[in-house]
Design a protein around this ligand. Sequence first.
Ligand code: CUA
Length: 330
Amino acid sequence: MRLRLARSRTTLVRAGLTIALASVLAGCDEAHSVFHPRTTEARRVAFLGWLMIGIATAVFLLVLALLVRSFFGPPLRRRSAGGTSWIASGGIALPTTVVILLSGLTVWAMNDTRTGGGIEISAIGHQYWWEIRYPGTAAVTGNEFHIPVGRSVHLSITSTDVIHSLWVPELGPKRDMIPGHTTELTWHADEPGTFRGQCAEFCGLQHAEMALIVVADPPEVFDRWLATQAADASAPSTAVAQRGEQVFTTEPCAACHTVRGSVATGTVGPDLTHFGSRATLGAGVLSNNAEHVASWIANAQSFKPGSLMPPIDLSADEVRDLTAYLEGLR
Ligand code: CUA
């Protein structure tokens, strides 16, 4: 009986250590990780993360040691002076110190993450995609932020429906997107790169598929990109894309999407003026290529159930034409 109990304790301890190790290693993926910070703000968050893991590990080991001692050591005397000091130190002093320390460091980590100045970007959360505007220009895009390296980027953040949270772990902390309220965040990319972001507040059925990318480019590349995005869509140049534009403006597409420079001015879904230049569609659900666009148009619900994009009843030729039109919007 005693042997079986000892074995089950060993199994329990082993399982605990395995889970703890797995949790730490799960955060070590190179992409989309708090532990690969690329900015000063993100480095503070990473430091805080490691410190929390360190404190949690120390507390875990302490509790484990006490547990082992309670199993195998001599029994503690009840109401001893030692018992009272354990409650005072382990139950009051230690948690109070840890909470005060982490609260102070959290305030320090949040410092300077909402300063003004630099490039202005307006980020608006929708179920389940990101609307991105560049105030002062006509540029509007979806699910893909572009920012210049070496310049501050000031984000004004809100939502049109429910609470979302904008989170790009390699660039900085999370910021909630609250309907009717504007929050702020500053990004300052030190080097070029593409960084994945994710909605970090449960917002409905497709919360997990509400991803984004941030492309940090050298300032001159960013300036060219912004000028292109601010321009209207150029008229389709091929016969198939011209037919696609006809489909786009006569079928339900135009009621929900805008293509600046055309008669399509819908505001329910993402602005598609330069859709062909984006890397993904459906807020990161699929990579942006002709095959995926055609499948998405035919039945977006099979990729993203619960999104507002309905299945569109089109012939195979119409889907081909529409795809050519959308892919040509660069
Ligand atoms: Cu938007 Cu979760």
